[in-house]
Design a protein around this ligand. Structure first.
Ligand SMILES: *Cc1c(COP(=O)(O)O)cnc(C)c1O
Length: 405
């Protein structure tokens, strides 16, 4: 492992992040680590651009151009067609906007097709939007292997998360997009666990819509602005369900009637959060410096090494690896099921091995190649082995459920 770290071409990236000494961080898929440069960038935006520049900074500090610039940078990470990207709002809100546009574009169809194990906010947003439309829309949830077979001419939109948050299983984006298009459905991909972690080619797959998170593998900070993508070919007719002034053709004309902006701006709503967008850019810039092929290769190696070590070093304790064995079908995480996953994870965290727990029974370990070493994987599994052997997890303090798991 030490040898692998020594020859790892991505190892120098770790120094770009501020991580507490002794912590093995396996939760970058939930909240990415803080880039060292973020604090200074945020301080400059607050003290100079806001504190001294005041309102003038919208023009003088380039605030107006900042969201578009970062959106395009994220677009290069995920193969977006030019002119299709925007940043702002949360992933949940962006889903609402794009799902609304997708349903409006298929007025004679009523089904939103998804995977039963999709991330809950995606399911809740689809349920809420359907209720609001009151037009008989149905959220149809099937097992992941049944998606292709469930595509028929009732499906308005196939809404999937590319890499499943719970299992780390990855869908075939190009194949499913083609299958959906063959039945006349649109496709909306949630890239929360993909952007910055696995290769994505939205334009190559001819994807219609996509959304994703700024605070996971893009290291934009807690609650960082999310991104969205609309295939430029759909934009001229796209109608979004939230019509705010930043999406207006002429925001500063202060007209009384809504007219959508001609391009992707029509998918935006209100004033963009400059401080958080500036922080997001620092994380995105680091991701752009790292060749995606190298990130993916290291991520595959790390997930493989970790799963193998868990199998070898923690055999006989009732752990089951639920992430796919086939690297081509796996994102950048390893999920391990155990009936006592919650207290086991709490015991790991108490010993500075930070992953997370996902109900009902999964220990989730995210591999972030930009700041995670191979020796740390060995150390993490040894801590897990000790927690299981010594049954540390049975201590009462690890069995108290806290609000964030
Ligand atoms: C993390 C995550 C989200 C988060 O949505 P927010 O609106 O940022 O809270 C949405 N979808 C998926 C699949 C996620 O993994």
């Amino acid at each position: 492992m030490v040898e692998r770290d020594r020859t790892d071409k991505l190892a120098p990236f770790r120094d770009k992040f501020s991580l507490p000494p002794g912590v093995i961080y396996l939760d970058g898929n939930s909240l990415g680590a803080m880039p060292r440069a973020t604090a200074a960038r945020v301080a400059a935006v607050v003290q100079q651009e806001w504190g001294e520049g005041l309102i003038r900074s919208w023009n003088d500090a380039g605030w107006m151009d900042l969201p578009g610039r970062i959106a395009d940078k994220i677009g290069t990470l995920i193969g977006a067609a030019p002119g299709g990207m925007a940043v702002g709002d949360s992933t949940s809100v962006n889903l609402f906007k794009l799902l609304g546009a997708a349903l409006a574009a298929r007025p004679d169809r009523r089904v939103i097709l998804t995977e039963r194990g999709n991330f809950p906010t995606d399911l809740y947003i689809a349920q809420g939007l359907s209720a609001l439309l009151a037009a008989g829309h149905e959220l149809r949830m099937v097992a992941p292997e049944d998606i292709a077979g469930a595509l028929d001419d009732s499906v308005a939109v196939l809404m999937l998360t590319h890499v499943n948050y719970h299992t780390g299983a990855m869908f075939d984006m190009a194949g499913l997009t083609r299958a959906a298009h063959d039945t006349g459905a649109l496709v909306l991909w949630d890239l929360a666990h993909s952007a910055g972690a696995v290769p994505v080619d939205l334009a190559g797959a001819d994807a219609d819509f996509a959304i994703g998170c700024g605070y996971k593998y893009l290291n934009g900070g807690p609650g960082a602005p999310a991104f969205l993508y609309v295939a430029p070919r759909l934009l001229p007719d796209a109608r979004f369900p939230i019509t705010g002034w930043w999406g207006h053709a002429a925001p500063f004309a202060f007209e009384t009637g809504y007219r959508p902006a001609p391009g992707i701006a029509r998918a935006t709503v209100g004033t963009a959060p400059m401080i958080s967008i500036a922080a997001l850019e620092v994380g995105v810039d680091i991701a752009l410096e790292a060749p995606m092929a190298a990130v993916r290769a290291k991520s595959v190696a790390q997930t493989e090494v970790f799963a193998q070590l868990v199998r070898e070093r923690c055999a006989g304790f009732g752990l089951t690896i639920v992430s796919p064995d086939d690297a081509a079908r796996r994102g950048s995480q390893v999920s391990v099921a155990h009936p006592d996953a919650y207290p086991i994870m709490q015991a790991l965290i108490a010993q500075n091995v930070i992953g997370d727990f996902r109900a009902p029974d999964v220990l989730r370990f995210g591999m972030t190649p930009l700041y995670l070493g191979f020796a740390e994987l060995w150390d993490a599994v040894e801590v897990l082995r000790r927690v299981l052997t010594e049954e540390t997890w049975k201590q009462p303090q690890f069995n108290v459920r806290r609000s964030v798991t």
